[in-house]
Write a protein that binds this ligand. Structure first.
Ligand code: ATM
Length: 224
């Protein structure tokens, strides 16, 4: 019988080192992801990238609903369910299998975004953590990099703001506090990178953390 909820994918042979990248808008996530793509592939690793919400046809449709500024009526719980739905679709359709095929799987945002955005900043609280675990189907990142910078810096770089970016500055300040609290609660998995410096400095911090984490992890990926 097919297994549902927590645990479906943790029964599969997991080969990949699963890295998630988190942070506020304009914190440099995309640049770090491009950097990882170049450096990991140059080192001979196979890497698969995902983004959330999205990556699948259905997930990208859900993303459109979530980010459309005209959707003012979207309720908080519907928003939560849509983020979970997009994630579950991505895991079941693609990411779950990729974890058994690639050396690295890198995802631009994952369940920590839901804990911080919907749970903490939007105030949905404890049910979010339960729901997030349940619908991650047993998939957990090995390492999460949080790019930390004041929200004012990042929001300046955003052109036309989407539905989430348009929320008041106080919401974005709360997100930053939420990420820092979450990192304190999960010090082994979540590492905070000071994203206020130059890109070179951010890349160097990311590289150092990944190398350290892989050294200390039982799974040691070797270039093919
Ligand atoms: P990106 O812009 O980083 O692709 O993410 C889309 C938005 O969705 C982002 N908004 N802002 N600002 C963060 C938000 N988001 C959530 O609110 N909850 C989630 O679970 C995820 C994955 C993203």
């Amino acid at each position: 019988m097919e297994q549902h909820g927590e645990g479906k994918f943790n029964k599969m042979a997991k080969k990949a080192f699963f890295i998630t990248i988190e942070g506020l808008e304009g914190s440099g996530k995309s640049s770090v992801i491009n950097f990882l793509k170049n450096s990991l592939e140059t080192d001979g690793f196979s890497v698969r990238f995902f983004r959330e919400p999205g990556s699948t046809y259905i997930g990208e449709k859900i993303r459109e609903i979530l980010l459309d500024r005209r959707n003012k009526e979207l309720s908080k719980h519907t928003e939560l369910l849509l983020y979970l739905a997009a994630r579950t679709q991505m895991i079941e359709e693609m990411l779950g299998n990729s974890l058994s095929k690639y050396d690295f799987v890198v995802c631009d945002r994952f369940f920590d975004s839901t804990i911080v955005y919907q749970g903490y900043a939007l105030g949905l609280g404890a049910i979010v953590e339960k729901a997030v675990k349940l619908f991650a189907l047993g998939v957990n990142p090995d390492l999460t990099l949080v790019l930390d910078a004041p929200p004012e810096d990042g929001l300046k770089r955003v052109g036309i703001k989407d539905r989430i970016e348009s929320r008041p500055l106080e919401f974005h300040k709360k997100l930053r506090r939420g990420y820092l609290q979450l990192a304190k609660k999960n010090p082994r998995r979540i590492k905070v990178i000071d994203a206020r410096g130059s890109l070179e400095d951010i890349y160097a911090q990311a590289e150092k953390i990944i190398k350290q984490k892989m050294k200390s992890s039982k799974k040691r990926n070797k270039p093919r």
